[in-house]
Write a protein that binds this ligand. Structure first.
Ligand code: NI
Length: 228
């Protein structure tokens, strides 16, 4: 499932994040790339352990925590610490690649299976040309370029790339989620059901017997498929 999630960060939070990232020590993205992706990767990123990274991570994780659509779609078990990258100038693209199946957390605190890949945009589309995230999805090729503060979720299994930025800078955060529901298909069904339920609740109220029955079915499916 490829999903556009709106307003994970408010415009004010985006401004704060950019103020911090504007002062940050950007480095060549190839320093952390695997052998295969180093050949395709040409961008800049921030070290995981720098102060600026940690400050914006907090901002972003708070945004995710309060976002109901994000929770319903991702059903997160674990979120890898958000990282940041920048495309522009001579470091302006990332060719076709796949993300590794596992992220080992830096502090040795565990690992995250990359069921879902996430990109949260921190620059407005009008600020740069190019820089679309191109995802080879089961429904064909999708090109994604979103408003600052918005995010795309897509299956970790997808081949993807970032097209060259030919004007300005593309600033984004990227991270991965291990979901409580591993299967993309099951997660999609649950998300759709939750959306329909929200609609029914607003129309018929929380105490309608049909609404209660379907809510119970949703939770029973969740119980059957959950891995926690
Ligand atoms: Ni990637």
């Amino acid at each position: 499932m490829l999903l556009h999630i709106r307003e994970v960060l408010s415009l004010d939070e985006v401004r704060q994040a950019r103020e911090i990232l504007g002062q940050a020590p950007w480095e060549d993205g190839r320093l952390t790339a695997g052998e295969q992706s180093a050949k395709a990767k040409n961008n800049e990123q921030l070290r995981e352990d720098c102060e600026e990274t940690r400050a914006v991570q907090q901002l972003l994780l708070r945004g995710l925590e309060r976002h109901q659509v994000f929770f319903s779609a991702a059903l997160p078990k674990q979120i890898s610490p958000p990282l940041f990258n920048r495309y522009g100038g001579a470091s302006n693209s990332f060719g076709n690649h796949v993300d590794s199946a596992v992220r080992f957390l830096r502090d040795g605190s565990g690992r995250v299976r990359t069921d879902i890949s996430c990109t949260l945009f921190l620059a407005e589309p009008s600020e740069y040309d190019g820089g679309e995230l191109v995802i080879e999805d089961t429904f064909g090729t999708q090109r994604v370029k979103l408003a600052a503060g918005d995010m795309v979720l897509y299956p970790g299994t997808s081949v993807h790339r970032v097209l060259p930025v030919t004007r300005g800078y593309r600033l984004a955060s990227y991270f991965w989620i291990q979901s409580m529901v591993r299967s993309d298909e099951q997660r999609r069904l649950l998300f759709e059901m939750d959306n329909h339920l929200r609609h029914l609740r607003s129309k018929y109220g929380e105490t309608d017997s049909g609404v209660i029955g379907l809510t119970s079915t949703y939770h029973n499916l969740l119980r059957m498929w959950l891995d926690i």
